[in-house]
Design a protein around this ligand. Structure first.
Ligand code: SF4
Ligand code: SF4
Length: 191
């Protein structure tokens, strides 16, 4: 995870040396002091976050906010690599490439419910871990993109015979249909 975070810092234009992890026991006070002094000196030399790198602070703040929102998504899409145990330092350093991080943010996935296919079965709504799906009985369901953490649960949960949840990679998400058009009128009730 630390390696991935360092790569993400670099993606944002920040110096990855601002992040460091060390493991030690509670009894290693001298080692702790040495490491903290060294790390403190290093960060001091780098200067204030963003300013030291000559970044626009407003852009940095919004970039960080976007990435914080994507943390659950990143954990899902990179779960296999994040779970790998590597003992070779060289292999570890190559685990996440710069191209991979660029594509992670460029091709970020979004989910959308096709209003023409949704049958209001409410399965996705019940399974969404962050209550990002708005719907109800006989109502076309809609994903609140501001709340969605892109976990993909709704995509997996929507019954294949409906196939209403679409996965969109890197493209814009269609706007939600207006409230008044979300009622599903069953064919046998139309007469
Ligand atoms: S991807 Fe689907 S289930 Fe996951 S948070 Fe977004 S709307 Fe909810
Ligand atoms: S699971 Fe599929 S069909 Fe059922 S409410 Fe969700 S999007 Fe609509």
């Amino acid at each position: 995870m630390v390696l991935l975070c360092r790569k993400i810092l670099a993606y944002l234009g920040l110096n990855p040396d601002r992040l460091k992890i060390e493991f030690m026991s509670a009894g290693e006070g001298i080692l702790f002091a040495e490491i903290m002094n060294g790390f403190g000196n290093r960060v001091n030399k780098l200067g204030p976050l963003g300013q030291g790198e000559g970044l626009d602070l407003g852009e940095l703040k919004s970039g960080l906010a976007e990435i914080i929102k994507l943390v659950p998504y990143i954990k899902v899409v990179k779960k296999e690599k994040l779970a790998s145990r590597l003992y070779d330092l060289e292999e570890y350093d190559k685990l996440f490439t710069t191209e991979e991080i660029d594509s992670l943010f460029r091709d970020v996935v979004s989910y959308h419910i096709d209003p023409d296919k949704c049958q209001a079965c409410m399965i996705c709504l019940r399974k969404c871990p962050v209550e990002a799906i708005v719907g109800g009985k006989n109502r076309i369901h809609v994903i609140d993109q501001d709340k969605c953490i892109k976990c993909g649960t709704c995509f997996e949960a929507c019954p294949p015979r409906f196939g209403s949840v679409q996965k969109i990679s890197g493209g814009p998400v269609p706007p939600p249909i207006p409230e008044e058009k979300r009622i599903i009128v069953k064919k046998n009730k139309e007469k």
